[in-house]
Write a protein that binds this ligand. Structure first.
Ligand code: ZN
Length: 280
């Protein structure tokens, strides 16, 4: 297992940690301000959200690399299942944006249960069909698609994938080299079969997302904890992720409407670096 106590070059910032994934939250820094602040602190990479990028993908990607970092990923496709599912054209536009940025990975949050169906099975089949249809388009653009299972409390409207095991089963069904999974501490910390599931990942882990699970979570979407403030076994999860072959960036992704999004971004970034070295 890698030692981050004196080296945080594997640390990446997901800009959601500064509130940039939702309107009306965070400090509203420009991508350039985020890039400069991360570079100054020795981050290795950044993950952006589509809403920050607009038509500036190529320019922002170049700016990140000029600052000595990598664009680690882009969040995310529109939902592919459920009543709020986006179109193929919208999903392809997200893939094109990732390619423009030079982001190797585009995250997929599946979307919820398909209209007119119950449970998860039909929706997972539909998800596999849609991902299979998008995978060649993404491969032509050197973009990998990372299926991110979400904590089961997001079932219904946001996800039909609740465990790493289910996400890997979709990868098997799709059978494309550029489709894998993203493992997010917030979504998997409770899963006592995680290590066993990850052992079957065979190189298909495309991302590892860090935060913590607060003992008293007040808001299921917007009350993620800073690493070290909660009850997730961060080192244990990383040990399992790395044992499955993952050696990529560790992406800090903290949605925190009432706590971290209200703090000065400089303080948040300093805290992320310190906690990454001591708790992750
Ligand atoms: Zn995540």
């Amino acid at each position: 297992m890698r030692d981050f106590s004196t080296d945080h070059s594997a640390l990446a910032l997901n800009t959601a940690t500064l509130g940039h994934n939702l309107d009306g939250h965070g400090a509203g820094w420009s991508p350039e301000q985020v890039i400069d602040a991360c570079a100054a602190r020795g981050f290795g990479g950044i993950v952006f959200w589509r809403r920050e990028i607009g038509r500036r993908a190529v320019e922002i990607g170049a700016r990140v690399r000029a600052a000595g970092m990598e664009v680690v990923g882009l969040c995310r496709t529109p939902f592919l299942t459920g009543s709020e599912a986006g179109t193929d054209d919208e999903a392809k536009a997200a893939i094109d944006m990732a390619a423009g940025l030079g982001a190797p990975v585009l995250t997929i949050v599946s979307g919820g249960t398909e209209p007119g169906t119950k449970g998860l099975t039909d929706s997972q089949k539909r998800l596999a069909e849609r991902v299979a249809a998008l995978a060649p388009f993404a491969a032509e653009r050197q973009v990998k698609l990372a299926l991110e299972p979400l904590n089961p409390m997001f079932g219904g409207n946001r996800t039909c994938l609740m465990t790493v095991r289910e996400a890997l089963a979709i990868c098997d069904a799709v059978g494309a080299d550029n489709v894998g999974v993203a493992v997010d501490v917030y979504h998997v910390w409770w899963d006592t079969t995680l290590a066993e599931s990850l052992a079957g990942a065979r190189g298909r882990i495309l991302g590892y997302h860090l935060c913590d699970w607060l003992e008293n979570t007040r808001d299921m979407l917007l009350d993620r904890g800073m690493m070290g403030d909660g009850v997730a076994d961060l080192k244990g999860i990383r040990r399992a992720v790395e044992a499955a072959g993952y050696a990529g960036f560790c992406e800090v992704e903290i949605f925190s409407g009432e706590t971290w999004w209200r703090r000065p971004p400089e303080d948040v970034l300093d805290t992320v670096v310190a906690r990454f070295r001591t708790h992750c």
